[in-house]
Design a protein. Structure first.
Lengths: 511, 531
């Protein structure tokens, strides 16, 4: 049997690429090693009757252009305005409810600092002003930096002019901020620790960098510029819609089909070989699995083009995020705001504390006070838990993949305990309401979801692993030096998270 | 008034100020250099604080001094003599340590003990870095173009820069992009596997910064220190005979010979500005001196926040100067020693100690030293770069005795008790340094005749470097090239007409390089027509 295109991995990027290519009347086969599609975006039953809305739980990066061009709304996708409230609780104090609407957020900020409240509006305005430039950068293929004639100079020139259009001062400001640490940048604006910690958190998800590491300000700007509306039902609902879109376009999806090898002959793709030995022919293969696996595990080293093995083996993908899922028999309540419920919560009261949590990763240790990014998906989608009960989804930042001494049962228990201790400081009643839980360490994520190093972004998002260098200059524009082989996962520009952008941009690059 | 009026007045007799003055004098200007202290050199000074022992008080090694400056100013004629530091030694507590020798084969055998693979890669790495250095070299001598200006002269400079980039191969472009963004250790990880070797090499990435070896951006600082190896042979670091002050002395002599006037103990209190134009300076004793150009050889903070009236500058510019990160992170301990102290892991005063020594036994050790500093403390177990100049240059100590120069990191200016608390913490800091070094060198404590401890606060007080930053501002990506010290004023000129900058706070930055001073002089001479 032969296909126009085989896609390896039915994560949300693989499905996006499949649906987009099928719309061009191509016969597409998607091969998924797991029993169901979705990868890290899929929902997961972690305790009888309790489901998550996706291992990755933030869907605010999903591009509107993807929804429109794939007609996802006709396949059941619904959105709501970006998290109306991200709550930063305090052990002592009222906490901070950071509203999506700047003027309402400012009211809350004023409780902590009137100066900050006044500046917050200007801070949001600045981001809004440079937003279009960044969105353009993140929603198009990265510039070609190979020395190849006039075309690329034109492209670089055009982008340069785009930056120039921001005006002299804002342009320089962008260039200046990018390499800063998020701590330095926010420090220039604000004084409240709680506000700074809350704003910085999204920049640190999945990084091997603390708030004081240079370059994290760029990550924050990137995150903020693309944050839009959230998918109702979370990433899992996106997977359902993508799946329906694929089905409607005749994409064939095979689950439980693990690809063992990408067949390459004379630098051309021939097809794939499954773990059970079956060979499927195709002159085009797009890989949605991470770059390390694609090039180092799935391709015969003798077929790998010269000079590719080395940069790919240098690809940094040391996972730093663990997941904890809690099944609660009642609401998640915070002592600072009794009786209220919040679906998005960040726990970390100051940047110094978060920096200390990061320090542990450097020495392959567990953080004493982990930094938690929490969602309560069952508040928005009550079907995820039995009546009156809740699902709490926790991304635990700064948990090392290569833990010193290995991930023994004791260490797993330590991580759960320290995370719950953090949570209990602000939500004391929570511990007694736990009826079930699950821990996924980076090692578990690697085993269950096949991402190298358990990295949720398929590779660190550091300045040298972004844009034209993601995952490597010669395959940054989705095509690879192997003719017919493409990359379409989070290891490609613009990187990880639930955006569907790499999948969509790859689909546009597939010839 | 004619005797009090000059073409140019240079504030600060540091090496960049002196270089700038010398070039201006060479072009026929009437130049005056004003130095607040009794000695010239700024951070590049030699002082005899203990009879018979000459300390290179702050700056202690040289490698980046531009060869064309040495040539143009005929520095050897005025007494400049560089003694090469040929070895680099990293002692260990439980092992023989690592020595990199002048002989490549011997070095390869040393490294092979740690890792066979690393020993093979090591020479390739050196060649690659030299290549990067060559790429960067033309940029060092360039007045940074303004990427937003459509002025034809500026566009030509941009084009020149574009051509430089255009000539690079794909691999070189990638390498450059990585150098500017990666951490020193991530960068070295791509080449080497031995922890001791990576630690030894990684320290070049943190010297003078408030960053750890794992902090993104430190790969650039690593390269900044490698640039000294471009023109000469490998390991082109050296010390100046008679101490670092001799470099300043030679430049000053050359400048004087070219007609420049140099005054010491003449501190500038204020830069006189009339109608947006610099008119001259007021000295601390009230004397007013006028000049067409006033050139600041002190750091940007001191220039604009200290010597200018707030009313002479607009608020936005002042805000951008305040954002320019100073953050001194290093201290200095200078010792007068009764005898040569033996290092346990390699005894004797042979070749191996006649270079620089690094206390950098592992990558984690260095990173932990940084962790202490991050939270406002000096490192309990710091990174140190040690040189014993008296082994190479007996003139700096009495016969049989020695001076030891210890550069220490981290000692953050802003300790948690506040910078003013440094005088109370200074000796504890000195103790931590001696204790750490004594682990490798048990003889040390009993051989100390005199010790001088300089915290970044002391460096600020004595040398006038804001927050004790030895580079006049951090060498982080957003503070380099056309952004140094601020994006809109990176071409040695300032918002005040006739006021210029010529020191390390401008492109290409710190170290005894002289490039800032020479570039600024070039720029000022070009502007003469308009003045």
């Amino acid at each position: 049997m032969s296909y126009d295109l085989i896609i390896i991995g039915a994560g949300h990027n693989g499905l996006t690429a499949a649906a987009a290519q099928a719309a061009r009347r191509r016969k597409v086969l998607v091969l998924e090693a797991r029993a169901e599609p979705g990868g890290l975006a899929a929902g997961l039953e972690f305790h009888p009757g309790f489901r998550t809305s996706g291992v990755l739980h933030d869907s605010s990066g999903l591009r509107s252009s993807v929804i429109t061009s794939l007609g996802l709304e006709s396949h059941g996708l619904r959105r709501r305005p970006i998290s109306t409230s991200v709550f930063a609780p305090q052990a002592e104090g009222p906490g901070l409810l950071l509203h999506g609407e700047p003027s309402r957020a400012a009211e809350e900020i004023a409780v902590h600092s009137t100066v900050d409240a006044e500046r917050y509006g200007r801070f949001c305005e600045f981001q809004k002003k440079i937003g279009p430039y960044l969105r353009n950068l993140l929603n198009t293929a990265p510039p070609d930096i190979s020395p190849r004639g006039f075309g690329q100079f034109w492209d670089l020139f055009r982008r340069g002019m785009g930056l120039r259009r921001l005006g002299r001062e804002d342009m320089f400001e962008c260039l200046r901020i990018g390499p800063l640490s998020v701590s330095d940048w926010l420090g220039e604006w604000f004084e409240s620790d709680l506000l700074k910690a809350n704003l910085a958190a999204p920049a640190l998800l999945g990084t091997w960098a603390g708030p004081r590491s240079a370059g994290t300000a760029a990550l924050l700007l990137m995150h903020q510029s693309v944050a839009e509306n959230e998918v109702i039902g979370g990433p899992a609902a996106l997977v359902r819609a993508l799946n329906a879109a694929c089905e409607a376009r005749g994409v064939e999806l095979r689950c439980g089909a693990r690809v063992a090898r990408i067949l390459v002959d004379a630098s051309k793709v021939k097809g794939v070989e499954l773990a059970d030995g079956q060979v499927i022919d195709s002159t085009r293969v797009a890989s949605a699995v991470d770059p390390r696996q694609t090039f180092l595990d799935l391709i015969d080293p003798r077929e790998l083009p010269l000079g590719l093995a080395e940069p790919i083996s240098n690809w940094r993908c040391r996972g730093t995020t663990a997941k904890i899922h809690l099944a609660l028999d009642g609401p998640l309540e915070f002592s600072s705001r009794p009786g209220q419920s919040f679906d998005a919560v960040r726990i970390g009261e100051d940047l110094t504390g978060i920096e200390r949590a990061f320090d542990a990763v450097k020495y392959r240790r567990l953080p004493e006070a982990p930094h938690l990014d929490i969602r309560v998906p069952s508040l928005l989608d009550p079907g995820l838990a039995p009546d009156g009960m809740q699902v709490v989804s926790i991304q635990v930042h700064f948990v090392p993949y290569d833990l010193d001494g290995g991930w023994t049962d004791d260490r797993r228990a330590d991580l759960i305990e320290s995370s719950l201790a953090q949570l209990s400081k602000v939500a004391p009643s929570c511990r007694d309401r736990i009826v079930g839980h699950q821990l996924l360490t980076p090692v578990d994520l690697e085993r269950d979801f096949g991402t190298s190093g358990g990295h949720i972004h398929h590779g660190e998002q550091a300045l040298d692993q972004l844009l034209s260098l993601r995952p490597q200059a010669r395959c940054a524009r989705y095509a690879t030096p192997i003719s017919g082989l493409y990359l379409c996962g989070s290891g490609s520009h613009p990187g990880g998270g639930i955006s569907s952008a790499p999948g969509m941009l790859a689909a546009q690059a597939i010839r | 008034m004619s005797d009090r009026s000059y073409d140019s007045i240079v504030i600060g007799g540091g090496h960049n100020g002196l270089v700038c003055a010398a070039y201006l004098a060479r072009a026929g200007q009437k130049v005056l250099v004003l130095e607040r202290r009794h000695v010239l050199g700024g951070a590049a000074v030699t002082e005899e604080l203990y009879p018979g022992f000459k300390y290179s008080v702050c700056s202690y090694v040289v490698s980046l001094l531009r060869p064309e400056i040495i040539r143009d100013l005929q520095l050897p004629k005025y007494g400049l003599e560089i003694l090469p530091l040929e070895c680099s030694f990293t002692p260990e507590l439980d092992g023989p340590g690592l020595v990199r020798w002048p002989d490549a084969d011997k070095t390869r055998r040393e490294i092979a003990r740690l890792s066979k693979r690393d020993s093979e890669v090591y020479p390739l790495f050196g060649r690659e870095m030299a290549k990067v250095g060559r790429m960067v070299k033309p940029i060092l001598e360039m007045v940074p173009p303004d990427p937003t200006s459509l002025n034809p002269a500026n566009l030509m400079e941009m084009l020149k820069l574009g051509r430089l980039f255009g000539r690079l191969s794909e691999e070189e472009r990638i390498l450059q992009a990585k150098m500017f963004t990666m951490s020193a250790i991530d960068f070295l990880d791509e080449w080497f596997e031995s922890d001791l070797l990576k630690a030894t090499m990684g320290v070049s990435g943190i010297i003078g910064t408030f960053q750890g070896v794992r902090s993104p951006g430190t790969a650039y600082v690593l390269m900044h220190h490698y640039m000294g190896e471009i023109d000469g042979a490998f390991r082109a670091w050296g010390i100046s005979k008679g101490g670092t002050g001799m470099i300043s002395q030679a430049i000053a002599e050359s400048a004087k010979n070219l007609g420049a006037e140099i005054r010491t103990e003449a501190g500038v209190a204020q830069i006189m500005v009339r109608a947006g134009r610099a008119k001259g300076v007021v000295l601390e004793d009230g004397t007013e001196l006028t000049a067409r150009h006033v050139i600041s050889g002190v750091d940007p903070h001191r220039t604009f926040l200290g010597l200018c009236e707030a009313g002479d500058l607009d608020a936005e510019f002042l805000a951008s100067i305040k954002k320019f990160k100073m953050r001194g992170s290093s201290g200095k301990v200078n010792l007068a020693l009764d005898r040569f102290p033996e290092f346990t892991c390699r005894p004797g005063d042979g070749m191996h100690v006649r270079g620089d020594l690094a206390i950098a036994p592992s990558v984690d050790y260095l990173e932990r030293a940084f962790d202490d500093a991050k939270y406002g403390d000096f490192s309990r177990r710091p990174f140190m770069n040690v040189v014993i100049p008296s082994l190479l240059d007996p003139s700096v100590a009495p016969p049989g005795k020695h001076v030891m120069s210890i550069f220490v990191q981290y000692a953050p200016y802003a300790i948690k008790e506040g910078p003013e608390a440094w005088p109370e913490r200074r000796e504890a800091f000195g103790d931590a340094v001696i204790e750490t070094l004594a682990e490798y060198c048990p003889d040390l404590e009993s051989s100390i005749l005199h010790r001088q401890v300089l915290s970044p606060w002391d460096i600020e007080q004595q040398m006038g470097l804001t927050e004790g930053n030895i580079f006049h501002g951090e060498l982080s990506l957003e503070q380099l090239f056309f952004m140094r010290p601020t994006p809109l004023w990176a071409r040695y000129q300032t918002p005040i007409r006739g006021l210029w900058m010529c020191a390390s706070g401008t492109h290409p930055g710190g170290g005894i390089m002289g490039a800032s001073g020479a570039n600024a002089a070039r720029r000022i001479l070009k502007s003469r027509v308009r003045a």
